[in-house]
Design a protein around this ligand. Structure first.
Ligand SMILES: Cc1cc2nc3c(=O)[nH]c(=O)nc-3n(C[C@H](O)[C@H](O)[C@H](O)COP(=O)(O)OP(=O)(O)OC[C@H]3O[C@@H](n4cnc5c(N)ncnc54)[C@H](O)[C@@H]3O)c2cc1C
Ligand code: SF4
Length: 332
């Protein structure tokens, strides 16, 4: 591993000021925050990430889970994934989030991984993680060998001719369905970013994965007040039962009255270049009777624009079945 300076900033303002000296935005930047380190240290060992300075934010007071005045929940940036998944309020009111986190990684990893770090985890595309290979995300302009190469696990929604990498997070899919907001403290002040606007599509700039600017510190995430009477479910399909990323997953938050769907939020994982909320599928379902045919129709709608690669056409049907089944299980 290359050498780097390890710094413990005294407070958030000092952390932001230090990180603001980075030449580029967070991903790939030469000055980096570190939470649990389960993404960053892995990539540093592979020489994919080579920051000159690493800022340890674990001693900043960002580790609380608290109710907000409007009945929602505030989750600190350094709250560990396991603490979040096992928090009684999360288990009761935001079950889809608890389920999504517990479906990810392993107990040891979840004990280290933080809320902010999970939001910024990077793709598992094998070319990205191998510095002997070309990769537009790691080295812009070098090409995307995945498009003609190994792409079985990669994305079918939101891809571009420059990158087809999947966003691997489970937590983010549940947060998309819960309409989370990400709060950032930066050199120019604080701002709140809806999760749908936080991750970027690859387009011509796959190296830029989020709207974060140099110096931006994620301080916390908020969830709106839970929807009374909603049923929630996270379903993850993968090659083996644990310790594996999603081939397809679905987070659903659904409310019905008199046998008809009154409100639904749908997000997909394992298939998109970002956590994939589907407003089209939601619109197709609202007002319709709660039944398998309508769930399948919503799934068809969600995958309408899917673009398969040479090895992953199977994901289209898999994702449709995943979403249909998740809706059935949630409303059973
Ligand atoms: C073997 C293995 C299996 C896994 N399986 C799964 C899985 O099935 N599902 C899944 O969802 N995930 C999985 N993961 C990924 C895991 O969830 C992430 O590595 C973890 O969530 C990252 O959190 P962290 O705190 O360790 O991040 P770190 O490595 O500390 O940081 C990640 C990124 O976030 C930045 N960062 C951290 N905190 C902040 C902040 N407050 N503000 C701004 N930037 C910040 C860092 O600079 C870095 O770029 C797996 C990981 C491994 C190693
Ligand atoms: S899919 Fe994206 S991350 Fe993978 S090789 Fe292509 S450019 Fe790199």
């Amino acid at each position: 591993m290359h050498t780097f300076q390890f710094i413990r900033p005294k407070n958030s303002a000092a952390a932001v000021a230090d990180a603001a000296q980075a030449k580029t935005a967070q991903q790939g930047a030469d000055v980096r925050f570190i939470g649990g380190g389960t993404t960053l240290l892995d990539l540093m060992k592979l020489n994919v990430e080579t920051p000159a300075r690493v800022l340890d934010i674990n001693r900043l007071p960002l580790d609380k889970i608290e109710a907000t005045p409007d009945g929602g929940l505030e989750i600190g940036a350094t709250v560990r994934n396991s603490d979040l998944a096992h928090h009684p309020t999360v288990q009761r009111d935001y079950a889809v989030l608890s389920q999504a986190i517990l479906n990810g990684a392993s107990a040891q990893l979840r004990n280290m991984a933080t809320t902010a770090g999970n939001l910024l985890q990077r793709t598992r595309c094998m070319y990205f993680r191998d510095t002997a290979m070309a990769c537009n995300k790691r080295e812009p302009g070098t090409g995307c060998p995945a498009i003609t190469g190994s792409n079985r696990t990669l994305a079918i929604l939101g891809t571009s001719e420059h990158c087809i990498a999947t966003n691997p997070s489970d937590m983010c899919v549940a947060m998309a369905a819960l309409e989370a907001t990400i709060h950032v403290q930066g050199p120019k002040g604080s701002r709140a970013i809806p999760i749908g606007d936080f991750h970027l599509l690859p387009g011509n700039t796959p190296q830029r994965e989020t709207v974060l600017e140099p110096g931006d510190l994620i301080t916390h995430v908020t969830l709106p007040a839970p929807v009374a009477g909603s049923k929630q479910l996270y379903l993850k399909l993968r090659d083996r039962a644990s310790y594996e990323f999603a081939l397809a997953s679905a987070a659903v938050v659904i409310t019905s009255a008199g046998g008809n769907v009154t409100r639904v939020r749908i997000a997909l994982g394992g298939v998109g270049t970002k956590p994939w909320r589907s407003p089209e599928a939601e619109a197709a379902l609202v007002g319709q009777p709660v039944n398998q045919a309508n769930f399948r129709n919503a799934a068809e709608t969600a995958l309408r624009d899917a673009k398969p690669q040479s090895e992953n056409a199977f994901k289209i049907e898999l994702a449709k079945r995943c979403l249909t089944h998740a809706l059935e299980m949630a409303t059973a």
